[in-house]
Design a protein around this ligand. Structure first.
Ligand code: THU
Length: 311
């Protein structure tokens, strides 16, 4: 009984993996549509058993390759959240497997369907005596259709996935970024790592200047870098900052103002030092009553109505 349940559970988890890929991967949706585009004529053309098996093999191969590609992508994102040549190589190779499978499927589709399609176009009836594969085509199409429908119904569940904020890992990445700091004047190196809502981590360090004023703190470097890399303001999930302080480091006022501008008010800010101590706060706790765009809009609106009155 227990064994039975375990078997069912692993089957359900595997099916959930397919739903996850179907909801989150645009290419998986394309593969499903391509599969229907091949299976429907294959059903009506009454293909022979070997031809049917070739079609089913190609559909399975493409979907399996895309599932493995999704698994590789998620694993690489976990192991290396920022850009890295090895991460790129792993993802590109996995995508290459999908491409190879898709090219194979396209060739099989063309080879198998060309003749019956040409016959159908010229009005010659299908060969009824070689219809033995039809039932399997119908079974495969039904399985794909049920999965596709189920993925549409349960889509929100998979899309809701938010990146997990792993404080230790983010601090570790911030400490890594710290080694890049340019701090010849203060000798005080700071590193920061900001996690965006898609799960990508952006790193920053302090960059000083002989004129002192133009110095950029690590937190702002990380945030500005993320924005420059295409992250939309507000799409941040957490920020970590590390410095060589006796207590966990505390961000400067300018950085708090920048966080208030770009990050959600309840976003966690993780502050650490090199001895591994850290404390957590939020953007709004670090800068209560921040001056924000609402204040600016209030003033603009007031000014506009004043001007309107004067006219
Ligand atoms: N600094 C940061 O990068 N982040 C902070 O939270 C505090 C201060 C930098 C700015 C400057 O390069 C150096 O630390 C000393 O103030």
């Amino acid at each position: 009984m227990k064994e039975d349940k375990r078997w069912l559970r692993s089957f359900r988890l595997a099916y959930e993996g397919i739903l996850y890929a179907l909801v989150t991967q645009r290419h998986m949706k394309i593969h499903f549509m391509a599969a229907f585009a091949v299976l429907i004529p294959a059903y009506f053309f009454r293909l022979s058993k070997p031809d049917t098996l070739w079609i089913l093999l190609s559909v399975t191969l493409v979907i399996s390759a895309e599932l493995l590609n999704t698994a590789v992508e998620r694993t690489v994102d976990l192991a290396m959240p920022r850009r890295h040549p090895a991460a790129k190589a792993a993802k590109d190779a996995a995508a290459g497997a999908v491409l190879a499978a898709a090219v194979f499927a396209a060739l099989v589709g063309a080879a198998v369907l060309y003749e019956p399609a040409a016959r159908w176009v010229s009005g010659v009836p299908a060969q009824t005596e070689t219809a033995s594969g039809r039932v399997w085509i119908a079974v495969a199409a039904a399985a794909l259709a049920v999965t596709a429908l189920h993925s549409r119904l349960s889509g929100a569940h998979y899309k809701k996935e938010v990146p997990m904020v792993d404080a230790q890992r983010l601090l570790q990445l911030a400490a890594q970024a710290r080694s890049q700091a340019y701090a010849p004047y203060s000798q005080f190196k700071v590193g920061s790592a900001v996690l965006d809502s898609d799960g990508t981590v952006h790193l920053g360090c302090n960059v000083e200047n002989s004129a002192y004023g133009p110095t950029n703190c690590a937190e702002r470097t990380a945030l500005f870098r993320a924005i420059a890399d295409g992250v939309k303001p507000g799409n941040f999930a957490a920020l970590a900052v590390v410095g060589d302080t006796s207590e966990p480091i505390s961000p400067c006022g300018v950085c708090r103002q920048v966080m208030a501008e770009l990050c959600p008010p309840d976003m966690p800010v993780i502050m650490g030092n090199l001895s591994g101590q850290y404390r957590e706060s939020t953007v709004s706790q670090l800068l209560p009553g921040a001056f924000g765009k609402e204040s600016l809009r209030g003033r603009t609106d007031a000014k506009a109505s004043e001007e309107a009155r004067d006219e």
